[in-house]
Design a protein around this ligand. Structure first.
Ligand SMILES: Nc1nc(=O)c2c([nH]1)NC[C@@H]1CN(c3ccc(C(=O)N[C@@H](CCC(=O)O)C(=O)O)cc3)C=[N+]21
Length: 278
């Protein structure tokens, strides 16, 4: 029986800490402000964006929502980002991904001022992450570090395997685990003998975007398993990249989906917004 790592609870603790800090800022007349830009009306994106707005309201961060039509030109979007860069009342800028195909995500991300890059996606933020410890860190990997630390799971010297190498999760995750003195292996779709490698992990972090891909035979007895995936199964229920039912009995601790990594992503976004003010 694995211990459940309760992301909902830990994210609430973090938001409560931030709420206190925001209240103190308010006494000095400072109200942090996050601009959230959504292009198009993808229902999943709308759910995430609404969750972010709700979290802002809870913590005491003002949110400015920009809902743009699917067919907006790249230049119009860039103009909006530029104007938010210049706007001193805005501390953080988030452009919800994915963007429509006619817009180049990299160009948009590079246009966001690194000072307001609360997603931590700008090349300057990424460079700072790999060199040292300043700048904004991508919310999901930062949230996973908090989950581990606040659950009393030690990272130092542990064998950590990251499955997936995206710019948003896998790569920054590897960097953060390295910073915490883990021995890190990054695996991906071209990895040979994946099972052999994941079976050696003390801490297994899965972000591959394949529903319930990680079964019990990929996991070492007593491993800590972190599931970044988010899918819907045949019964339209949320599930992850890990086959929870199979893996849970083998793991010492595991994150559920929902209620694991997802809420932490939002808590860390709030933390980054406060950082933008700090
Ligand atoms: N610029 C940008 N920044 C992002 O951070 C970003 C993005 N684009 N695009 C999409 C992904 C996805 N993402 C999630 C955030 C919270 C939950 C979350 O709260 N999940 C809940 C369940 C939510 C539900 O019921 O659907 C949970 O796991 O318990 C999930 C996914 C942020 N993303």
């Amino acid at each position: 029986m694995a211990r459940l790592i309760d992301g909902k609870l830990i994210s609430k603790q973090i938001k409560d800490e931030l709420k206190e800090e925001a209240a103190q800022l308010k006494e000095q007349g400072i109200v942090p402000c996050l601009a959230v830009i959504q292009v198009g009306h993808d229902p999943a994106s709308t759910v995430y964006v609404n969750n972010k707005k709700k979290a802002c309201a809870y913590v005491g961060i003002e949110s400015k929502a920009f809902e743009l039509e699917e067919d907006i030109s790249q230049q119009e979007l860039l103009n909006l980002v530029e104007s938010l860069n210049q706007d001193d009342s805005v501390n953080g800028i988030l452009v919800q991904l994915p963007l429509p195909k006619h817009i180049d995500e990299d160009v948009v991300i590079q246009t966001i001022s690194p000072k307001k890059d609360v997603d931590g996606f700008h090349p300057v933020s990424v460079g700072n992450l790999w060199i040292g410890d300043k700048g904004f860190v991508s919310c999901t990997p930062a949230g996973i570090i908090q989950l581990l630390k606040r659950s009393g799971i030690s990272i130092e010297g542990k064998n950590c395997v990251v499955v997936g190498r995206s710019n948003i999760v896998g790569k920054p995750m590897a960097c953060l685990m390295l910073r915490e003195n883990a021995t890190v292996t990054v695996t991906h779709s071209h990895t040979q003998n994946l099972k052999e490698i994941t079976s050696k992990a003390d801490i297994l972090i899965v972000a591959i975007g394949k529903r319930e891909f990680i079964t019990a035979d990929y996991v070492k007895e007593g491993a800590v398993v972190i599931d970044v995936g988010m899918h819907r199964n045949e019964e339209n229920k949320l599930c992850g990249d890990v086959n929870f039912k199979e893996v849970e009995p083998k793991a010492s601790a595991i994150t559920p989906v929902p209620g694991g990594v997802g809420p932490m992503t939002i808590a860390m976004l709030m933390n980054n917004c406060m950082d933008a003010v700090r």
